[in-house]
Write a protein that binds this ligand. Structure first.
Ligand code: GDP
Length: 459
């Protein structure tokens, strides 16, 4: 991407695709006030909505009437001077306003994510909040929204910053021993208390990491593969699931013709269903590749629904089930119960009794047994994704950073006595830097600050 200078004033349509009732155009940068003056002829009082007539500066013609907001930096979203126009959301209105802004000296269209990027660079938000913001915009379900909102409010970022501050204090203690070993003002044992803090921190981080990847899972949703022999009714089941639920978030055809994905909101939890109808042996090389991908995707699922035709032989094909999905939770779904007698269901139940699987009896055709089955799926999603304890870690990046921090602390803590202070200091520094990378704020200057604040050394 072309590197653009910070002195640029950027503008963009920040609301959704036109036409719409309202369109929000944002402007950020040193020319934001000039842009407002040029378009509405005044600067509204800071942070108060003002009714404004928007004119084309070239010919003075009124483009639209709307609301204008003025947020002088640094108390703005981006930390820069920011202006916001709320216009009527018609295509021509938006085009005219954007064109007028583009003609103002020093103004140019913003690149993707550039407002947030500036907010980050100006220290308004840390990296984890940036990620939370992105997740909030992408959130499809209530549970995802809650998690993203917490992340955006700094649930992880603030915690990481607090940990980093504690680490820097511990590091300051050790460094004071190293730098001023003979100073009378510096107490003898500073490394002991420093390591005690490190041990506490390590415990807290380990606790946060021991979350069964709840946060990452919630971002991705519960992945359910629908599998089983041909003609058992897999596609019919998926259709019923998709039709029954009003809230189909986004039905996406897989990259191959063999996997179809349906994204659903089940009681607030995101669930992705994969129809793996394509899992079968084939001699066609293109189809083989499709089958391979279908297998791969399905074997990574969190739950497999093994659909069987109750009206057919009643072969459970458990061998195939365990072969295809060795490590995944599996449920057996007997389909087509509309086409069999009660006696038959009874005998299937007795067979199933000996196998340790959750079993459901349904008809994808007329829907019998379906409500209970769907309720069980919702419950599974809730158990898998929900928790009274919100997860702090929502991405692999967070996990890696915390694991690296933990490893560095482990190394510092495993120094045999008498500890090598320089080794301890180096590991603490590394741990602090890793946390700094997590929030995007690595800064060594504050280490010195803490030293000079806590000890009167300079004299
Ligand atoms: P798939 O190959 O496993 O995806 O199976 P399909 O969903 O294509 O269904 C195979 C056949 O079984 C179709 O003719 C369906 O109409 C029929 N079928 C599916 N579900 C039911 C059911 O619950 N009851 C009955 N009687 N027929 C069903």
């Amino acid at each position: 991407m072309e590197r653009m200078t910070e002195a640029d004033t950027i503008f963009a349509l920040s609301s959704g695709r036109p036409p719409a009732a309202i369109a929000v155009v944002r402007v950020s940068g040193p020319q934001a006030s000039a842009a407002l003056r040029a378009l509405i002829g005044k600067l509204p009082p800071a942070r108060q909505a003002a009714l404004a007539r928007v004119r084309d500066p070239q010919n003075g013609e009124t483009i639209d009437e709307g609301l204008a907001l003025w947020f002088p930096g640094p108390r703005s979203e981006t930390g820069e001077d920011t202006a916001e126009l709320q216009l009527h959301g018609g295509r021509a209105v938006i085009a005219a306003v954007l064109a007028a802004l583009g003609r103002i000296e020093g103004c140019r269209p913003a690149q993707a994510g550039e407002f947030t990027r500036r907010a980050f660079e100006n220290g308004r938000i840390d990296l984890t909040r940036v990620e939370g913001l992105a997740d909030l915009i992408d959130a499809d379900t209530e549970a995802q929204r809650r998690q993203a909102f917490r992340q955006m409010r700094g649930m992880l970022g603030d915690r990481a910053e607090a940990w980093r501050a504690q680490l820097i204090e511990a590091l300051a203690l050790v460094e004071a021993r190293i730098d001023f070993p003979d100073e009378g003002d510096v107490p003898e044992d500073l490394t002991g208390p420093a390591l005690a803090r490190a041990r506490e921190l390590r415990g807290e981080i380990a606790q946060v990491l021991a979350d069964q990847r709840r946060g990452e899972r919630l971002r991705e949703g519960l992945v359910v593969a629908i599998a089983g022999p041909p003609n058992a009714g897999k596609s019919s089941l998926l259709n019923r699931i998709a039709r029954r639920e009003a809230a189909i978030v986004s039905p996406i055809s897989g990259t191959t013709r063999d996997v179809i994905e349906v994204h659903l909101d089940l009681d607030g939890y995101p669930v992705t269903f994969l129809d793996t109808a394509g899992i079968r042996d084939s001699s066609d090389p293109i189809e083989q590749e499709g089958v391979r991908r279908a297998r791969e995707r399905a074997s990574g699922a969190d739950l497999v629904l093994w659909v069987l035709d109750a009206s057919a032989g009643g072969e459970i094909a458990v061998d195939m089930l365990t072969r295809e999905f060795p490590s995944t939770a599996k449920w057996i779904v007997w389909n087509k119960i509309d086409a069999v007698t009660l006696l038959r269901i009874k005998s299937l139940k007795s067979v199933i009794h000996r196998l340790d699987y959750h079993t459901y009896f349904i008809s994808a055709l007329n829907g019998s047994g379906f409500a209970e089955f769907l309720a069980a799926l919702s419950e599974q999603a809730r158990q898998f994704l929900g928790s009274t304890q919100p997860a702090l870690v929502t991405r692999e990046r967070h996990r890696r950073a915390l694991e690296e921090t933990e490893a560095a602390l482990d190394r510092a803590l495993s120094e045999p006595s008498p500890v090598r202070e320089d080794v301890v200091a180096e590991e603490l520094r590394l741990a602090a830097r890793t946390l700094g990378r997590l929030t995007g704020r690595v800064d060594v200057e504050d280490i010195l600050d803490v030293i000079f604040r806590d000890f009167c050394i300079g004299k």
